[in-house]
Design a protein around this ligand. Structure first.
Ligand SMILES: Cc1cc2nc3c(=O)[nH]c(=O)nc-3n(C[C@H](O)[C@H](O)[C@H](O)COP(=O)(O)OP(=O)(O)OC[C@H]3O[C@@H](n4cnc5c(N)ncnc54)[C@H](O)[C@@H]3O)c2cc1C
Length: 404
C-alpha cells in the first residue's frame, strides 16, 4: 500500500482564484495544499488588464444589472487588502494606477453622450480635472475619473503567494494526466500521485478546482457528471515603445455597450520599456482576424483616436487568450463569480479578477453548509508534509506576461 497524506482541501490552480482562496482557507485554519500545473498566475490572471472594476461600466446599460451590483463593493474591499487591513494582506501588491478614466470620444452623438454623462456621474464617477488628463486628450471632450483602480498583476500574484511556500507545489510540466489520477471509493475521491520514488495517495475532504480553462479537463478526470465550461476568446494587442505615456483609459464604444471600444492599460516589459496593452471591443472582434490584420486594425484605431501619441517604432504583439467561465445560456458573459459542486469536488470560477473575494465567500459558505470545518482532516493516515516533497518537484515559478 503506498503511503498517504491527508488534508482538508486540495486546491488546483495558482491563478488569482486559487491563491485568494488559499489565503482565506489558511487564515480560517483549513489545512490546504495548492497544486499548480505550470506557473503561478498562470494564464488569465497574469494577462488581465488589472482593472478592479466598480461596476459602473455595466451600469451604463441603463438599470443596474446583476454584474454591476455584484461588483460594486469590490474596489473598497480590495483597497482594504492593499492597505494591509483587509481579509487578506495584499500590502505587497503594487497599484499601477489609483484611477481608471473613461473618455466618451470627441465625435458626433451629443445627446447620447449627455445621457451617458449623467449615468456615469450617478454611478460615482467624476469629470476629471484638465490637469489630470493626459496631454493627448486635453481639449477633446469630457473625460471621467472612475472609482475603478488598476493593480499590477505580477506583484498581485507574488503578494498572494507570499508566506505559503510550504503549501504550494508544482505538478511538473507534463500536467496532471500522467502524474495524477482520481480514484473513487463511494462518494469520496483520493488522488494517486506518481512520484520518482513511487506513488503517494492524497486524501482531502474537498477538492477545489480553480484551474481556469483547465477546470474542464480536471472535471472529466475526476468523473464529474456536470462539468460546465465556456471559453470566450480574445485577441489582445500589446505595443511597446519608450515614448508611450502612462495611460489607463476606456474609450466609449457604440451605443452604451458594456464593452468599451478600446481599453488601454500601461505596463513595463522586462527592459522597463513602457507597454500599452489593448483590450475591449478591439480584442473581442479581433478573434476573427489574423494577427497581421489585428495589428493593422489596432494601429489604425490608435492613430484615429489618439493622433497626438507618437506611434513610430513601437514593437507590436498579439495574444490569443480565452476567458474561462461557467457555461451560461447563449454563451453570455456570466454576471458574477460562481461555483458548482458534486460530492467532494467544488469547481470555481471568479469570472473577473475583481470578483475573487466574492468567489472566496461562496466557497467558504459552501464548506460551512457541507459541515466541513477546519482542523479535522478526518483520517488516521500518515500526515507528513515531507511526503509531498517526495512526489512534487518543488514550487512553481511565477508566470510573466507575454510582452516580457
Ligand atoms: C485578456 C484578459 C484581460 C482581463 N482583464 C481583467 C481586468 O482588467 N479585470 C478583471 O477583473 N478581470 C479581468 N479578466 C478576467 C480575469 O483575468 C479572470 O477572471 C481571472 O484571472 C481568472 O482567474 P483564475 O485563477 O480562475 O484563472 P487563471 O488565472 O487562468 O489560473 C488558472 C491556473 O490553473 C492552472 N491549471 C490549469 N490546469 C491545471 C491542472 N490540471 N492542475 C493544476 N493547475 C492547473 C493554470 O496553469 C493557471 O495557473 C481578464 C481576462 C483576460 C483573459
Amino acid at each position: 500500500m503506498p503511503p498517504s497524506y491527508s488534508t482538508d482541501i486540495v486546491l488546483f490552480g495558482g491563478g488569482v482564484a486559487g491563491l485568494w482562496l488559499l489565503n482565506r482557507l489558511a487564515a480560517a485554519g483549513y489545512r490546504t495544499i495548492l497544486l499548480e500545473r505550470e506557473a503561478l498566475g498562470g494564464v488569465q490572471s497574469i494577462h488581465a488588464q488589472g482593472i478592479i472594476h466598480g461596476g459602473l461600466k455595466y451600469a451604463l446599460h441603463g438599470a443596474f444589472s446583476g454584474a454591476s451590483r455584484a461588483i460594486a463593493g469590490m474596489p473598497a474591499r480590495w483597497r482594504e487588502c492593499i492597505a494591509g487591513s483587509g481579509e487578506i494582506d495584499l500590502s505587497a501588491c503594487k497599484l499601477s494606477s489609483p484611477h481608471c478614466y473613461l473618455w466618451s470620444g470627441d465625435g458626433p452623438g451629443g445627446g447620447m453622450k449627455a445621457f451617458f454623462g449623467s449615468k456615469v456621474v450617478a454611478g460615482g464617477a467624476e469629470v476629471a480635472a484638465e490637469a489630470e488628463i493626459p496631454g493627448f486628450l486635453q481639449g477633446r471632450g469630457l473625460v471621467y475619473r472612475l472609482p475603478d483602480f488598476v493593480v499590477d498583476t505580477h506583484s498581485l500574484i507574488r503578494a498572494l503567494a507570499q508566506g505559503h511556500a510550504g503549501r504550494i507545489f508544482t505538478l511538473g510540466s507534463d500536467g496532471t494526466e500522467d502524474t495524477l489520477t482520481f480514484e473513487r471509493a463511494g462518494g469520496h475521491r483520493e488522488l494517486q500521485v506518481q512520484g520518482a520514488e513511487g506513488p503517494l495517495r492524497i486524501r482531502a475532504r474537498r477538492y477545489l478546482f480553480c484551474a481556469g480553462e483547465g477546470n474542464q479537463a480536471l472535471s472529466e478526470q475526476a468523473g464529474l457528471a456536470t462539468p460546465r465550461c465556456q471559453l470566450r476568446p480574445l485577441k489582445m494587442v500589446s505595443a511597446a515603445g519608450a515614448a508611450l505615456p502612462e495611460t489607463f483609459l476606456h474609450v466609449l464604444g457604440a451605443g452604451l455597450s458594456a464593452t468599451p471600444r478600446l481599453t488601454i492599460t500601461s505596463h513595463r516589459d522586462a527592459n522597463d520599456t513602457p507597454v500599452w496593452y489593448l483590450g475591449g471591443e478591439l480584442a473581442e472582434a479581433g478573434v476573427e482576424r489574423t494577427n497581421a490584420r489585428q495589428l493593422e486594425v489596432a494601429r489604425t484605431m490608435l492613430a484615429e483616436l489618439l493622433p497626438d501619441v507618437a506611434m513610430d517604432e513601437l514593437e507590436w504583439r498579439c495574444l490569443d487568450i480565452n476567458r474561462a467561465e461557467p457555461a451560461s445560456p447563449g454563451g453570455r458573459r456570466p454576471d458574477n463569480a460562481s461555483l458548482c459542486s458534486e460530492q467532494d469536488v467544488i469547481v470555481a470560477w471568479p469570472v473577473k479578477l475583481a470578483l475573487a473575494p466574492v468567489l472566496a465567500d461562496q466557497v467558504m459558505n459552501r464548506l460551512r453548509e457541507d459541515g466541513i470545518e477546519p482542523g479535522d482532516a478526518g483520517g488516521s493516515s500518515v500526515d507528513d508534509p515531507g511526503l509531498l516533497a517526495s512526489v512534487f518537484p518543488g514550487s512553481p515559478a511565477f508566470a510573466r506576461p507575454f510582452w516580457s
